[in-house]
Design a protein around this ligand. Structure first.
Ligand SMILES: Nc1ncnc2c1ncn2[C@@H]1O[C@H](COP(=O)(O)OP(=O)(O)OP(=O)(O)O)[C@@H](O)[C@H]1O
Ligand SMILES: [Mg+2]
Length: 237
């Protein structure tokens, strides 16, 4: 456990400085929030599960040609990462209609999309992460056109890797949210986390939700669902 004050404490993680200015330690917490933190909860083991899932996936993404911030898993709840300047644009990739996409467009959850959809939201808790487009991000100086081209390319590469990866483990990857950051060199890398907090995972056989929708929608069994996802993610096939 870290004894110093975090540089930043978010809803799900704390970020700590290290002896090396180019590296941070991220600590995953057991807290859960939904609907822009209007709903709050926590359960034992959530932080460790999300840390383990992210720490398993990021090296695989690196091998697949996607640069990430991940350096090493340090403990159950901590990992060492490269310090980046986070691009304040959340990137959502959708394979199947669900959640806010259905609300906004009047669609039935579970409708397959003809091709993956990449959406952008402005990373602002105060505004509730509003949907934007790439022109908005460029005009307001959140990212350059070249950055966004790269971000979109990497986001689709993540999707192309993860979709069959989960399919092979009996999970439909419905949609997910990514955050990207910039290294001092200007290189864009995948940052933050990939976990049941940030993805929709549906069991391929039963359609059972294995992600944060269990908490959002009061379905119960969130700890079991997250543990099941860690099992599937680390399963050799
Ligand atoms: N490599 C990194 N360098 C710097 N910041 C990072 C890095 N990876 C993730 N972050 C940031 O660390 C924070 C992680 O905390 P957490 O996920 O709890 O935030 P959050 O509550 O989702 O809030 P928000 O993302 O809106 O700040 C996020 O702000 C995320 O953008
Ligand atoms: Mg977060």
């Amino acid at each position: 456990m870290n004894s110093t004050a975090p540089l930043y404490e978010g809803k799900a993680k704390k970020v700590f400085a290290t002896e090396n200015a180019g590296e941070y330690i991220v600590e995953y917490k057991d807290d859960a929030t939904a609907f822009n933190a209007q709903k709050r909860g926590e359960w034992a083991g959530k932080g460790a599960t999300n840390n383990a899932i992210t720490a398993h996936l990021y090296p695989l993404l690196e091998e697949a040609g996607i640069p990430t911030h991940f350096i090493a898993k340090l403990s159950d709840t901590e990992q060492r990462v490269k310090a980046v300047t986070i691009v304040p644009v959340e990137v959502i990739v959708r394979n199947v209609a669900a959640g806010s996409f259905c609300k906004r467009l009047g669609l039935e959850e579970g409708e397959s999309l003809g091709r993956p959809v990449v959406e952008y939201c402005y990373k602002s808790d105060a505004l509730g992460d509003p949907l934007i487009n790439s022109d908005t991000a460029i005009a307001l100086g959140w990212a350059s056109e070249a950055d966004l081209t790269r971000i979109r390319e990497l986001a689709l590469k993540v999707r192309d890797f993860l979709t069959p990866y989960f399919e092979a483990r009996g999970v439909r990857l419905i949609d997910f949210k990514l955050e990207f950051g910039k290294l001092p060199s200007g290189e864009i890398v995948l940052a933050d986390e990939i976990s049941p907090d940030t993805c929709r995972f549906w069991d391929a056989e039963t359609g059972e939700r294995l992600d944060k929708d269990r908490f959002r929608r009061d379905l119960g069994g969130e700890a079991e669902a997250y543990a099941e996802m860690l099992k599937r993610v680390t399963k050799e096939v």
